[in-house]
Design a protein around this ligand. Structure first.
Ligand code: FES
Length: 107
């Protein structure tokens, strides 16, 4: 499934009339725009859950400014990247963290 936005409705935090392209999120093409962060592209296309706590609670955007680390995703194979401060690039591959993927036994 491909998420798209209408040409007359730029995504949140679009950063102006930048180039439009797609990124891949969990293997799915997602519309993005130059000047957006990964978090903005995800939120603009309906993605709200970026990861989970060790107990399985879903996490997403909280501070939106790089402080809380609640928005960690894997970007082009690099784990634990803050989606809210990582700019999108054409062809970028993003993976959200499924529940308990990194569970270490402490709860
Ligand atoms: S939402 Fe807080 S660091 Fe990204």
């Amino acid at each position: 499934m491909t998420h798209v936005f209408h040409s007359d409705t730029p995504p949140a935090n679009a950063g102006g009339d930048g180039e439009r392209f797609t990124i891949e999120v969990n293997g799915e093409a997602v519309a993005a725009c130059e000047g957006q962060t990964v978090a903005a592209a995800l939120i603009a296309t309906g993605h709200r859950m970026f990861g989970h706590t060790p107990s399985g609670a879903p996490r997403g955007i909280f501070c939106g400014m790089g402080v809380c680390f609640d928005c960690l995703v894997t970007v082009d194979g690099l784990a634990d990247q803050r989606a809210c401060v990582t700019p999108v690039r054409p062809g970028m591959q993003v993976q959200t963290t499924p529940a308990r993927e990194w569970y270490d036994g402490r709860d």
